[in-house]
Design a protein around this ligand. Structure first.
Ligand code: GLU
Length: 505
């Protein structure tokens, strides 16, 4: 490889929400750029005006902001190769279409959709190429005067790429090695349409990669079939020397592994396929997003990084900085990666444990508020520290620890039946007296005195603790008993025992 500065781009078409596969593509570009001290460009490929969806561009930008993927250049970031929105680069493309026409690398075609349909019925497997272009209405079959007259009369036309048949085209892919296809299977692709004065994806993509000095094209496998055409376009322009290296990333597969991951799989199995919640402006449909579902951005990044790449050992939890250091295109797999969404949940659990209790408490605060709980931060931090290893999402904290904030008003019938014995009311009243007399209400302080009391009275430790738990929690769950009573404090603990004794008698 040359000394060329690494410049990569993420070039979405603003046709809706960004699919999670697109997020992975952007992430791999980002890791590669950062590792090589290169640039990452954000380009909007909006030359297909029919598919434009308002809000999509903003959505994509917000997604990357949330995920911590930063761009150096592009739409909304500025830079020297702008504009970065293709719809604002019409004049540039027009110039390059002209270059191809002048060099006999492309031609003008007037065939209407009806004429093309007629040819398709007439000739089985019709393809507009070297074998058929001679029977069509184009600048190769019409005279210059006829062509000029048609254009002057306002006839719509397209510009097609003139692909020479029977030539082996080699795409050197950093992941797949040499991919060779014969040019005869390619059709004379439309590069430009007079109707909207816009180029198609293929031309705009190549011209921009060239003008933006892109060194590596890292994109999804679905673009591999276009790559030979792109190589031929570079050649037609005489830009072989600065042609970028290609790397086509493996597909994301359904969790079961059979076929491409789709939004329906997410709906069916209950996981998001978009980074953020998406409100479709056309249908009004709302699709769930990783952010709103309670995933931490670090978890999503880590999860996606391992879908199609691995560091060569079994290390799984890696920060963005570690990923930047370790990432290697040569370690990307050729075969598709199963979208194991349960692994995503596992990563979220890991990152919740890694984050400080203060950070998780700050995320839990609004949820407490929703439940009408106003608790001091200090208490929330303590509870989070005790309970976070039981959850994979911050939202699950409420279910496992609401009793720290709200006293039970009812007592779970099954638990009460099993654990509230004949003598429980009497024992709990005694326990309340013992606790009331404790000055040091710390976990150890309580434990020592209560255990001594149980031993002296020859009570059954399990029975006492089970009944005690029922009085404070209202059911049979929760952490260590004295952790709970310590957090609740003496006053609240005694009040809860008293109430339980009254209700359960
Ligand atoms: N606009 C294309 C897309 O939406 C870009 C493909 C490429 O990276 O060349 O994915």
């Amino acid at each position: 490889m040359s000394e060329r500065k690494v410049r990569v781009r993420f070039a979405p078409s603003p046709t809706g929400a960004l699919h999670i596969g697109g997020v992975r593509t952007a992430l791999y570009n980002y890791l590669f750029a950062r590792q090589h001290g290169g640039d990452m460009i954000f380009r909007i490929e909006d030359t297909d005006s029919n598919r434009f969806v308002p809000g999509a561009e903003e959505y994509i930008l917000e997604s990357f902001k949330w995920l911590g993927i930063h761009f150096d250049e592009g739409v909304s970031f500025g830079g020297e190769c702008g504009p970065y929105r293709q719809s604002e680069r019409r004049d540039i493309y027009k110039k390059y279409v002209q270059v191809l026409l002048e060099n006999d690398k492309a031609y003008i075609a007037f065939d209407t959709p009806e004429e093309l349909d007629a040819k398709r019925t007439e000739i089985a497997n019709f393809q507009y190429d070297a074998s058929t272009r001679g029977m069509m209405r184009n600048s190769l079959t019409l005279s210059k005067e006829e062509v000029d007259a048609l254009i002057a009369a306002g006839q719509q036309y397209v510009v097609r790429f003139k692909i020479e048949p029977n030539e082996d085209v080699c795409v050197n892919d950093l992941i797949r090695g040499e991919v060779i296809i014969n040019s005869s299977i390619l059709d004379d692709k439309v590069l430009y349409k007079s109707a909207d004065e816009l180029p198609t994806y293929h031309l705009a993509n190549i011209v921009d990669d060239h003008l933006m000095n892109v060194s590596h094209v890292i994109r999804g496998e679905e673009w591999l079939p276009s790559a030979p055409l792109h190589v031929l376009l570079y050649r037609a322009f005489g830009w072989e020397a600065t042609m970028p290296d290609f790397a086509h990333l493996p597909l994301l597969l359904k969790p079961e592994g059979n076929g491409k991951l789709s939004k329906r799989d997410g709906d069916r199995l209950g996981f998001p396929v978009f980074p953020l919640e998406w409100h479709d402006p056309k249908t009004g449909e709302v699709s769930s997003g990783y952010r709103e579902a309670g995933y931490l951005p670090e978890a999503v990044i880590n999860f996606l990084a391992l879908l199609g790449w691995n560091p060569g050992n079994d290390q799984e939890v890696m920060s963005m900085d570690e990923l930047i250091q370790l990432f290697d295109l040569h370690r990307c797999s050729k075969s598709g990666a199963k979208f194991d969404f349960k692994k995503g949940i596992w990563f979220n659990h890991q990152y919740i444990q890694q984050k400080s209790n203060e950070e998780i408490a700050a995320l839990f605060m609004p949820i407490l508020k929703e439940h009408g709980v106003e608790a001091p931060m200090e208490k929330v931090v303590t509870v989070v520290g005790m309970m976070k290893d039981r959850v994979s999402f911050v939202s699950e904290l409420w279910d496992v620890c609401s009793f720290f904030f709200v006293a039970p008003t009812e007592y779970d019938e099954k638990t009460a039946k099993k654990r509230w014995k004949e003598d429980s009311a009497r024992c709990m009243t005694e326990l309340a007296e013992v606790l009331a007399a404790i000055d040091d209400f710390s976990i150890e302080g309580q434990e020592k005195i209560v255990m001594d009391w149980i031993a002296a009275k020859e009570y059954h430790t399990g029975n006492i603790m089970n009944a005690f738990r029922l009085t404070l929690v209202g059911e049979g769950k929760g952490p260590h008993m004295f952790d709970i009573s310590w957090v609740l404090g003496k006053e609240e603990t005694l009040a809860r025992i008293k109430r339980a004794v009254e209700v359960l008698k």
